[in-house]
Design a protein around this ligand. Structure first.
Ligand code: NIG
Ligand code: FE
Length: 402
């Protein structure tokens, strides 16, 4: 098999000890779906079987970006809720009054499979156009076996048809559907019954839950996690977003891939994540959009060595953004990350939050997932607001049409 050479590039490999793992005048040799060789153009050996050669004109190349937390599949929008919140209503008040997630569930249940696919595909294409090559997509707006299955099937189809690698997460324990009003424990029993079926249909890569005052308790979350463990599925958790419910410690005891949100996590939670190896997925879009004021304890996470990932949390209620680059900027301006930490959060640590070791860096043997940017320096990924400097995206060695 011949290979493709991408040369005359500035590579931000995110490997090694030097800042950004920068290689100037670098080259990448892609064979099939993998990075076969990477280094300085000068060091490229002779006698290589190069079929095609591309001169990148000095452009910046980074690993393909990884959005490790999205709720991409839903119908409708919630602009009226945004207006209510601007007038003083809180997210929790709206949820308690039957709005919030429930209103998106009602719209999603009414949508056709084709309609759900088309709207999610349009969103995915916007993420992709900004360099995203791996996306985690959660269910959680179906809340019945039939509708959770439909949403997960749409996620799988997106992975097959849009050229991007999709990881699915079952978030059936996202909110209580109206037919289970006042019966949260019964709903959790139902969810535990659906998981083996959805898993048998190969629809689930991980299991998530929303552990919060307005959602499910620690005990209810633990029952979902027990079932995931029986099925051999990794878990993740929406945890400590509005209060410290002890969700992080619980998730860490199940060696969660990640704990997400974390504005209210305390010292014990951070220590638990450090010992379980769980990544912290910070979601500055939701923090910003809900006009929260309490920031996640980034310093404590750094000191404890918790890997920090950044994601869009794209959803119609709390984070209606489709720009992972904007999240990089917000991770710096709102949460105090350095641009390099932020970029590592959507590459190396994004991969970590999904349990993937074959991507997130530019290194030999890893997937040939990379983005080419009309930028001089990788810090610019977190610097420019708006516009789109992404020139090309390759996923698994295949160039995507942007
Ligand atoms: O990650 N926190 C819970 N879930 C979503 C919001 C979902 C919604 O409001 O529709 C989140 O922020
Ligand atoms: Fe979320």
């Amino acid at each position: 098999m011949g290979s493709t050479l991408w040369r005359n590039a500035r590579l931000a490999t995110l490997t090694g000890r030097s800042p950004w793992g920068l290689i100037d005048r670098g080259a990448l040799l892609v064979k099939g779906a993998c990075l076969h060789w990477i280094g300085r153009e000068l060091d490229l050996g002779s006698g290589l079987d190069i079929e095609v050669e591309h001169d990148l004109g000095g452009a910046l190349v980074t690993p393909g970006l990884i959005d490790a937390h999205t709720h991409l599949i839903y119908a409708g929008q919630r602009a009226s809720e945004f207006e209510l919140r601007l007038q003083g209503a809180s997210y929790e008040q709206i949820a308690q009054a039957g709005g919030g997630i429930r209103s998106t569930v009602a719209a999603t249940r009414l949508a056709s499979d084709e309609g759900l696919f088309a709207s999610a595909a349009a969103r995915l294409d916007r993420l992709r156009a900004e360099g995203v090559t791996t996306v985690e997509i959660k269910s959680g707006y179906g809340l019945s076996l039939e509708h959770e299955r439909r949403c997960l099937q749409v996620a799988r189809r997106l992975g097959r048809e849009r050229g991007v690698d999709v990881r699915t997460t079952c978030l059936a324990a996202h909110a209580l559907p109206p037919e289970f009003d006042g019966r949260a424990d019964d709903y959790i029993d139902a969810v535990c019954g659906w998981l083996p079926q959805l898993h048998a249909e190969s629809l689930v890569d991980a299991v998530d839950a929303y552990c919060e005052r307005i959602a499910f308790s620690r005990e209810q979350t633990a029952r979902v996690f027990e079932q995931a463990r029986r099925l051999g599925l990794p878990v993740k958790l929406h945890a400590e977003q509005f209060s410290d419910c002890g969700g992080v410690a619980l998730a860490a005891s199940y060696r969660a891939l990640s704990c997400d949100h974390l504005e209210y996590v305390g010292a014990e939670g951070v220590a638990a994540m450090a010992s379980s190896g769980s990544a912290a997925v910070l979601l500055p879009g939701a923090f910003y959009f809900l006009r929260e004021t309490r920031v996640p304890p980034v310093d404590a996470m750094r000191r404890a060595g918790v890997p920090i990932a950044i994601a869009t949390d794209h959803n119609p209620g709390t984070s209606p953004t489709l720009s992972l680059r904007l999240m990089l900027n917000m991770a710096c301006t709102l949460f105090g990350l350095t641009p390099e930490e932020a970029v590592r959060g959507v590459t190396v640590n994004g991969a970590r939050a999904l349990g993937l070791s074959d991507r997130g860096r530019l290194a030999e043997g890893l997937r040939a997932d990379f983005a080419v940017w009309d930028l001089e320096h990788p810090a610019e990924l977190a610097y420019w607001l708006g516009g789109n400097p992404c020139l090309r995206v390759l996923c698994g060695g295949v160039p995507l049409a942007l």
